[in-house]
Ligand binder design. Structure first.
Ligand SMILES: [Cu+2]
Length: 472
């Protein structure tokens, strides 16, 4: 269970006693674990150098202990249960009770020691993506170290040399272990907490799963045709919103550990790509964007001023990635009457899903109104309720919620945005289809003859004003 308090008290007490002898601490740090899929409160540092902590979307940061001048963490690779959204639980592999694993936060220059215990049924290792470290700490099984056998604990130790955005994941049977959800975020804060300062700093990983409707365990051999596109192993409407106070400088750090690229799009604001896994981008080299593509294995830190109050969509712009479990090879059924065919088919083929007669939007309502026989542990393809109806989204979709009053360091959901009167798209009175003017076929372009003035000059009379000017 989550015993951060005891853990920190232990380390604070140890610091207060002055020099910590190794004997006064257990050889291996205690294991801190959580089974909660919600965004946990910020882990404010009580020991070590100060920094402004990050918010892990639907996740948490791993507490540490100070052992002399070394920050010690304990990661446990193990099978976990992850609620992907209310109504669906996946049986994954992860770290310390969840997938993704907890975020590791350290400060530039920290000496870091990470104990990694393997409670998986096969070997593993941990690669610290993007870090400057001794070759033997790079975590590539077979290349830089022996694999960690089930039941064994390895120790990694290095200095967090470069401030920035990193991730960790296995480098042993990678295809299986990443498809099962083994990954986590790492942030190295700058030594000077006033550099690169933002008011809100969010982190999450892009991941994807292929879980057959009605089942719990991902297919690990899938290469591209995943059916769950996730932010930190969550799908909309299970993904927490980004919450910001109007005027806050916001940073969102995103890492991609799926098998394809994701163009991440923010509504209502422009942002700059301020950093990658290779470091921070000089201010003079940044450019404005509203969508940035994040390739496989890349990390991007985007920054913007949240100056527009509202509930703004934030999502992958590949429309198939904002849907939950579905078949991508369903035929286009727009205009085809299906009177009850879907229900009949789904009795024969449990995961059968057809496209709606008028498009797909009707599916979201159907899921609610009609007892469409969804297999157990399966989410509707697109779902999520807004204050004006179905949002028709799933997968890699969430909201940026900007409000006038949000407490510092609070990520509490402020509810629906109340749009000021007169600032909302509205239905036109008298705009009913049958009342519209007739369609104009082959629009007649009325030719209006403009009055054209010609200035005729002889070639030796230069029309160049500046030239004329020069002659005077
Ligand atoms: Cu995508």
């Amino acid at each position: 269970m989550f015993s951060r308090r005891n853990f920190l008290q232990l380390s604070t007490a140890a610091i207060a006693m002055g020099a910590v002898s190794k004997a006064s601490l257990a050889a291996i740090p205690e294991i801190v674990s959580t089974d909660k899929p919600d965004t946990q409160p910020l882990l404010l540092p009580e020991t070590g150098r100060p920094y402004q902590p990050v918010t892990t979307l639907n996740g948490w940061s791993l507490p540490w202990r100070m052992n002399a001048d070394v920050k010690e963490f304990h990661l446990v690779a193990e099978p976990v249960k992850r609620e992907m959204a209310p109504g669906m639980v996946a049986h994954l592999w992860g770290y310390n009770g969840q997938s993704p694993g907890p975020t590791i936060e350290v400060v530039e220059g920290d000496r870091v020691r990470i104990f990694v215990t393997n409670r998986l049924p096969e070997v593993t290792s941990v690669h610290w993506h993007g870090q400057r470290l001794p070759n033997g700490m790079d975590g590539v099984s077979g290349l830089t170290q022996s694999p960690i056998q089930p039941g064994k604990t390895y120790v990694y130790e290095f200095e967090a040399k470069r401030a920035g955005t990193f991730m960790y994941h296995p480098h042993a049977d990678e295809m299986t272990q990443m498809a099962m959800g083994m990954m986590g975020f790492w942030v190295t804060h700058p030594k000077n907490p006033n550099t690169m300062k933002v008011d809100r700093d969010f982190v999450f990983l892009l991941n994807s799963y292929d879980i057959d409707p009605g089942s719990y365990v991902p297919r690990t051999n899938t290469m591209l045709d995943f059916n769950l596109w996730t932010f930190n192993s969550r799908v909309f409407p299970g993904i927490a919103p980004f919450v910001a106070k109007k005027g806050d400088r916001v940073r969102i750090r995103i890492g991609n550990l799926t098998m394809t690229n994701h163009p991440i799009h923010l509504h209502g604001h422009e942002f700059q790509v301020a950093g990658t896994d290779g470091g921070w981008i000089p201010k003079s080299a940044r450019w404005p964007e509203v969508t940035t593509d994040i390739a496989v294995g890349q990390m991007r830190a985007i920054e913007f001023i949240a100056d527009a109050p509202g509930d703004w969509a934030f999502h992958c712009h590949k429309s198939h990635h904002t849907m939950n479990a579905m078949g991508h090879d369903v035929p286009n059924m727009i205009g085809v009457s299906q009177d009850g065919i879907a229900e009949q088919f789904s009795k024969l083929v449990p995961d059968y899903m057809s496209m709606g007669e008028t498009g797909m939007a009707e599916m979201s309502d159907m899921a609610e109104m009609m007892p469409m026989p969804l297999p157990e542990n399966t989410l509707p393809m697109m779902t999520g309720k807004g204050q004006f109806g179905a949002i028709n989204m799933g997968g890699m979709f969430t909201l940026l919620k900007v409000r006038d009053n949000i407490a510092k360091n609070s990520n509490a959901d402020p509810g629906h945005y109340q749009q000021p009167k007169g600032s909302q798209a509205y239905e036109l009175a008298g705009g009913d289809n049958e009342k519209l003017p007739e369609v104009v076929k082959e629009p007649q372009i009325k030719s209006v003859q403009p009055t054209v003035e010609f200035n005729v000059r002889k070639p030796n009379m230069t029309p160049n004003k500046s030239h004329e000017h020069m002659e005077h």
